[in-house]
Design a protein around this ligand. Structure first.
Ligand code: FE2
Length: 585
């Protein structure tokens, strides 16, 4: 019987909704794309409505379970009566989760027979990794900050079941370890961890010995030295700045006693900061691989599936084959909490409804798309000059302009789900130009100079440029670029000689593949620099947002649906918008 399942990541960062219809993922959307607030946390009703498109789900799966780990929670509370105030506030949060069903019903999303399921956070992460993978059997590991009182969970996936073997509970967490140092280095925003990861390539791990005193993983169980932390004693506050979430500081004064003063946000970055980042990354990797190797030995399996925010550490992911005996890997592309909506729905589908598996998540193009007629309406309403072209001409002209050093906005097909733009809502540029990173930063992205731009490469050419050719379709692994190729693609070669690559397969994204192929024909390099289509905001969602971003920034070309726009022909609009933006500031 056909089943419609709505999956929700609610009241966690990166709240999201997805729909599975008869076993297949049909739509997936993060609420931040709609309300334009990065990493938004709450009940994603707009995203749910957009995914459902007027139909009612038979099941609603939410990736939180207030009843999970109740014994561990009660035991911890009983042992610490001074913390009861904090536990009361956590209980209030659980109550809010428990009331989610009523709120959803009140919003008119379910029907009288709709069944609600609360899926423990890490079980949802595990399900998002294994049930989306092509594997019949694998070790499955989830690693993050915290969710439902746990920070790690692992087990074995076989067919349509996942058998959970072990977990690590509050207050110990590899994710919290990484977040605390990210904050200490002056990056307080939710999701800033990738900045410290980017910095790590430019430092020496000279503080690694001292950091080994902060966290240690043995037999898969990480243990924090709680003297360095406050999350266990003071709790974690979430506030909002400019619409974005900011997590309250979780490191204690001991951190400054041992490592010197915390860096003030936006102050100058010194070599010691890069060295500290490199040291944290080194110790993270040691702990990460202790866990992975423990799981590998316990299960005897050679295949692993990963999810959880820590599984977005592409530097560590790129070393899995070198540091462990795993030989096949699948990393959920939305490994952060947005992906738990997928996992919750799949958990219900398989673990609860016992349905057989029939879905593999090979791409992330599950968001909205727009017809040419809708795009042209927005182009005309903005008063733009455009050229409508057959597909081959659009590809040829776009590739030629990238090869000429121009910056192109590329808006095609269905929007990506998850943190990465993977060739449908992307800004594209020539990776051969050493100065392209600075050009992009000075014109559009305004990012810190230590953050890398990433390559999209034809899957069949991966081995020509990278030391590992194992597929990396979601930009969640960094491989070493072959030394003799680094000078050919300097704009996407990071400080440590790696590239966080997207391998593009023809049958997965034929249009994007065709564009890279055409660029390769023109230049001899089948690689494009690919960064997300946005300017300090969530990735663009609608044609109007893409047109506005094109006109507002110093982007040279916009390829949107069948339409090509040149900035040189739209300068009058661009200048007026920039002038307006300057006045508005
Ligand atoms: Fe999580």
């Amino acid at each position: 019987m056909q089943k419609l399942i709505l999956g929700l990541n609610a009241f966690h960062g990166d709240s999201s909704a997805v729909v599975f219809n008869n076993g297949q993922l049909t739509t997936a959307l993060e609420q931040e794309r709609l309300n334009r607030i990065k990493h938004w946390a709450g009940l994603p009703l707009d995203a749910a409505r957009a995914c459902l498109d007027g139909v009612h789900p038979d099941h609603i799966a939410i990736s939180r379970d207030p009843k999970a780990n109740l014994r561990a929670k009660l035991l911890r509370a009983a042992l610490r009566p001074t913390s009861w105030g904090r536990y009361a506030s956590r209980a209030a949060n659980s109550l809010q989760i428990a009331k989610t069903g009523q709120q959803i019903q009140a919003a008119g999303i379910g029907h009288a027979q709709t069944q609600f399921h609360f899926v423990e956070h890490h079980r949802a992460h595990l399900a998002s990794a294994f049930f989306c993978s092509p594997f019949e059997e694998a070790a499955v590991i989830s690693i993050d900050g915290f969710g439902d009182f746990s920070s790690v969970m692992w087990g074995v996936g076989r067919g349509n079941r996942i058998d959970v073997q072990d977990a690590v509970h509050f207050p110990h967490s590899l994710g919290q370890f990484y977040t605390a140092f990210t904050q200490f280095l002056g990056f307080p925003k939710y999701g800033d961890e990738y900045k410290m990861m980017g910095m790590s390539a430019y430092g020496e791990p000279r503080f690694a010995d001292k950091i080994r005193d902060v966290v240690k993983t043995r037999n898969g169980h990480c243990r924090l030295n709680l003297d360095y932390f406050t999350h266990h004693s003071k709790g974690v506050d979430m506030t909002w700045a400019g619409g974005e979430p900011v997590i309250g500081s979780i490191f204690s004064s001991k951190m400054a006693e041992v490592f010197g003063p915390a860096r003030v946000p936006r102050s100058e970055l010194l070599q010691q900061h890069y060295d500290l980042a490199a040291s944290v990354q080194t110790v993270l990797e040691e702990n990460y691989f202790d866990l992975l190797n423990h799981v590998q030995k316990q299960t005897g399996l050679k295949t692993v599936c990963l999810a959880g925010g820590v599984a977005l550490n592409c530097v560590a992911n790129g070393m899995v084959f070198e540091k462990t005996d795993f030989r096949d890997i699948y990393i959920q592309p939305a490994a952060h909490d947005a992906g738990t909506s997928i996992g919750a729905a799949l958990y219900v589908q398989h673990q609860i409804l016992n349905q057989p598996r029939s879905f593999v998540m090979r791409h992330v193009y599950y968001g909205p798309e727009y017809l040419d007629t809708e795009i042209q309406r927005d182009l005309d309403s903005a008063g733009t000059v455009w050229h409508k072209l057959p597909e081959d001409d659009l590809v040829q002209q776009t590739a030629a302009r990238i090869a000429d050093g121009l910056i192109v906005g590329w808006f095609q097909g269905r929007m990506e789900f998850g943190p990465r733009a993977l060739g449908n809502r992307s800004i594209l540029a020539d990776p051969r130009r050493k100065d392209m990173k600075d050009t992009l930063n000075s014109r559009i992205k305004f990012r810190e100079s230590f953050r890398p731009f990433c390559p999209s490469i034809l899957a069949e050419s991966t081995g020509d440029y990278f030391e590992i050719s194992y597929p990396s379709p979601f930009m969640v692994t960094a491989y070493k670029i072959k030394p003799d190729q680094r000078d050919r693609i300097p704009a996407v070669t990071h400080g440590d000689g790696t590239g966080r690559l997207q391998t593009v397969e023809k049958d997965v994204n034929p249009l994007y593949w065709k564009l890279i192929r055409k660029f390769g024909d023109l230049t001899g390099v089948p690689v494009l620099l690919n960064t997300s289509f946005n300017e300090n905001e969530p990735i663009v969602h609608t044609p109007a947002q893409a047109i506005d971003c094109f006109l507002r920034t110093k982007m040279n070309v916009l390829s949107i649906g069948s339409y090509l726009l040149l900035k040189s022909e739209n300068l009058h609009l661009s200048e007026s918008r920039s002038a307006f933006a300057a006045t508005a500031k």
